[in-house]
Design a protein around this ligand. Structure first.
Ligand code: FE2
Length: 333
């Protein structure tokens, strides 16, 4: 009798333990996420413990922790890093009808080792008084007519590396390198600062064309008065490739190979792909949802629609090394 009670207690205790937490290693750096974690915790009773750092540091940490790793989920802000983590065997395939049903195949690993949770386009913010056609191709950014106009951050930034990977995927290394050389020749100054700093520079007249991710424009629009004016004095243009669409990058999540809380990890990623979470990513962080039925923010919608480039997320990862090398050869600091 006592044994039964003890056994029962144990079972309950262990199920409480199993449902109690999920450990998330995240390189996302946005306040929205805190709100989402709180929502998840309130809904499921599963406590979300977050370790925030740059993706490379988290990847290194998971590698060195090995089987002892506490990570249940790894989230990156970029295609190249999620690909890198997968190549290093840091994820495990999972079964989730929900995620497979909700997230389009091109936005997840074919073996379900990772899933995109948000999208962002790499676009240009152009000062209102600077004349540019409505239809702009990435290829144009290397045209000497834009000499002294382009503002973009350094080539060590992974968003630029993934853009370059897309250029390589479309044109091959040689033409892509020539393109990057053209962009470098058109730069208003040596690369420095963040995406937001490029738009600020454009508004201040240092250059006229800032290359940046869409959500940073949303953040500027909801920032201080100076940043609000940056957005007022610029317009958003979605460039596209001559044989493709607008370059899109992702934030993505996967279940860690040695996850101790695997079921919680799956529940957590499913929650991130829920309409509620997707709407919050879109409304509060100006990202594009990965599922149908989640609305984008009115501000983001006001910039207009675009056709996404068809280069796969994996391809951006595969070409990362070539992109880093080509950017260096091109002299992109
Ligand atoms: Fe970012």
């Amino acid at each position: 009798m006592l044994g039964k009670i003890t056994l029962g207690t144990l079972v309950i205790a262990s199920s409480i333990f199993a449902a109690s937490e999920v450990n998330v290693y995240s390189s996302r750096h946005y306040d929205t996420d805190k709100e989402l974690y709180k929502m998840f915790q309130e809904r499921t009773g599963i406590k979300v413990n977050v370790i925030k750092a740059k993706a490379d540091a988290l990847i290194k940490r998971m590698e060195s922790e090995g089987k002892k790793s506490k990570a249940d989920v790894l989230i990156t802000v970029d295609a190249a890093r999620i690909y890198k983590a997968q190549k290093k065997g840091l994820f495990q395939p999972i079964k989730s009808k929900f995620l497979e049903g909700k997230i389009p195949a091109k936005l997840r690993d074919k073996n379900n080792r990772w899933f995109a949770i948000t999208k962002r386009a790499r676009v240009i913010a152009v000062r209102n008084d600077f004349k540019m056609p409505k239809e702009v191709f990435y290829e144009d950014l290397a045209d000497s007519k834009y000499k002294g106009q382009i503002m973009v951050r350094s080539s060590s930034n992974v968003y630029n590396q993934s853009l370059m990977a897309a250029v390589i995927a479309h044109k091959g290394v040689e033409k892509a390198t020539a393109w990057a050389k053209g962009v470098v020749a058109n730069m208003a100054r040596n690369p420095k600062g963040s995406d937001r700093d490029q738009a600020r520079g454009v508004a201040a007249g240092v250059g006229s064309i800032a290359i940046m991710n869409t959500y940073y424009i949303g953040k500027l629009a909801n920032g201080n008065d100076t940043d609000k004016n940056v957005v007022k004095s610029t317009k958003v243009i979605f460039p596209k490739f001559k044989n493709g669409g607008t370059h899109v990058n992702v934030s993505a999540a996967g279940v860690a190979k040695y996850a101790k809380n695997k079921e919680n990890a799956i529940k957590f990623i499913e929650f991130l792909a829920s309409t509620q979470a997707q709407s919050l990513f879109a409304e509060a962080n100006y990202e594009y949802p990965v599922i149908k039925g989640a609305k984008i923010s009115p501000l983001v919608a006001s910039w207009g629609s675009f056709t996404e480039d068809d280069i796969s997320i994996n391809k951006l990862g595969e070409e990362n090394a070539a992109a880093v090398k080509a950017l260096d050869v091109a002299g992109w600091k």
